[in-house]
Write a protein that binds this ligand. Structure first.
Ligand code: AMP
Length: 430
């Protein structure tokens, strides 16, 4: 199957050729014909499957065909709502690349930066707006944005949007959209809350499901090192220095931890940069660009800051800390091995993280290969989970919403379950 066979117009084909896209990915092959027919779409797919092009190409094609020769001020005809700034920027970049021969203009708006340049771009007129919910509502309230001409709307990463507490914002935004429009809705998972939201937004949608979570886990080569918390920095340095340094993304559970990693790497002359919620948007963008361009080989990130990072040659992901939410592991390792490429993901697991490891292996349905011989092993590190010393309550890392009241204490089973149900992110966390 080729993009030409999908009926893509020449100006877009030319741009896809320049990007080196030879064949549509499965989600593109399935979604593009549906979307070119003007139907609503419910897509169950995660980042890394090529879903951005799956919705961007048909939207560009519709706008090109609809408005080819119209004159006058541009109005927002397509709206893409996405949970994070990084993802918004990436989607905007993709629209610019795929649409570079179409004359269609997009802009991206997100919070955390001055609104001036964004409102100026809006005043000049745009056809496509990519936005995070908060800034979008803010600029709508200030009268800079009208959604009354929107004909195509996309809600991207809906499950993360809800996890981040954007549900009310989304409802307010949806209420301002014209009822007659083509709606697209993407989510990596489909819990009841998401299905309900999708029903509000979509008419009678076609459904496309791609790449269940396991696929990422199967595609990426994974390895596990049992190591004490104290020895993690040494092991990291050992692994980074034994071969030529390749493009590496290191995950830390906390912002403080991320800074600490960059500091000890500096001591051994490994240059790295950190991105997390305490860095300004400009710092984050600069660090990301340096990493994408290969100027910085090592990027240290917390989960939210890293969401949506798309670096084509990412060789290695290191989970310096295991995430306490199993799904996050899949998102993290999916940063490498994107689209068809394969990558390597290494995880460190100290004794306090064994419970997280258990959850992760259950979710991905496989045992991660353990590298048993490394120089920083302590006796007992490699013991199987059951034998490993259970962390004392006081030693175990407190999960964010963990309650310590007597009712919870009395019933550890309830505590475990509620931990798992915890929403992975709150809006202010990062
Ligand atoms: P996404 O899921 O949209 O974040 O895309 C994941 C990665 O796949 C990005 O680096 C895209 O540039 C790349 N990609 C998307 N579609 C194709 C394609 N048809 N052929 C090759 N690479 C693609």
């Amino acid at each position: 199957m080729t993009f030409k066979e999908l009926g893509i117009i020449d100006p877009i084909l030319k741009a896809l050729e320049a990007k080196g896209y030879k064949h549509p990915s499965p989600i593109q092959e399935q979604s593009i014909p549906i979307l070119l027919k003007g139907k609503d779409l419910l897509g169950c797919a995660q980042t890394g499957t090529g879903k951005t092009a799956a919705f961007a190409i048909p939207i560009l094609q519709h706008l090109y065909n609809d408005n080819h020769n119209t004159k006058g001020q541009r109005r927002i005809k397509a709206l893409i709502i996405t949970p994070t700034r990084e993802l918004a920027i990436q989607i905007g970049d993709n629209f610019t690349e795929y649409g570079k021969h179409t004359g269609i203009v997009n802009t991206v708006i997100f919070g955390g930066v001055k609104q001036g340049p964004q409102t100026q771009a809006l005043r000049r007129g745009v056809d496509i707006l990519v936005a995070t919910p908060g800034r979008l509502l803010d600029l709508m309230d200030q009268g800079y944005i009208s959604l009354k001409d929107v004909q195509y709307s996309v809600l991207d990463e809906a499950d993360h949007m809800l996890d981040m507490g954007f549900i009310h914002d989304i409802r307010r935004i949806l209420a301002k959209l014209p009822t007659k429009r083509q709606s697209l809705f993407f989510s990596a998972t489909m819990p009841t809350s998401i299905v309900k939201l999708s029903q509000k937004m979509l008419g009678n949608p076609e459904k496309v499901t791609i790449a269940p979570k396991q696929t990422t886990a199967e595609r990426v080569e994974q390895a596990l090192y049992y190591v004490s918390k104290k020895n993690k920095p040494k092991l990291l340095v050992h692994l980074l220095t034994r071969n030529t340094l390749q493009s590496t993304l290191i995950f830390s559970r906390t912002k403080y931890g991320a800074d600490k990693i960059t500091k000890f790497l500096k001591k051994v002359d490994i240059h790295s940069e950190a991105i997390h919620g305490n860095k300004s948007q400009n710092q984050r963008q600069k660090a990301l660009l340096n990493f994408k361009e290969g100027k910085t080989k090592v990027l240290v990130a917390t989960d939210i800051a890293a969401r949506g990072i798309d670096v084509s040659d990412l060789a290695l992901v290191v989970n310096f800390d295991l995430p306490n939410i199993a799904e996050t592991y899949v998102h993290r390792i999916g940063r490498t091995g994107r689209a068809a490429a394969s990558g390597i993901a290494i995880s460190f697991c100290d004794i306090e993280e064994r419970a997280y490891l258990k959850d992760i292996q259950k979710l991905i349905g496989q045992q991660i290969r353990v590298i048993a011989d490394h120089p920083f092993i302590n006796s007992g590190d490699n013991e199987p989970e059951e034998k490993a010393k259970k962390p004392q309550r006081s030693q175990r890392p407190r999960r964010n919403n963990e309650r310590t009241d007597s009712r919870k204490k009395a019933n550890p089973e309830t505590r475990q379950k509620s931990d798992r149900r915890r929403k992975p992110f709150s809006r202010n966390r990062d």
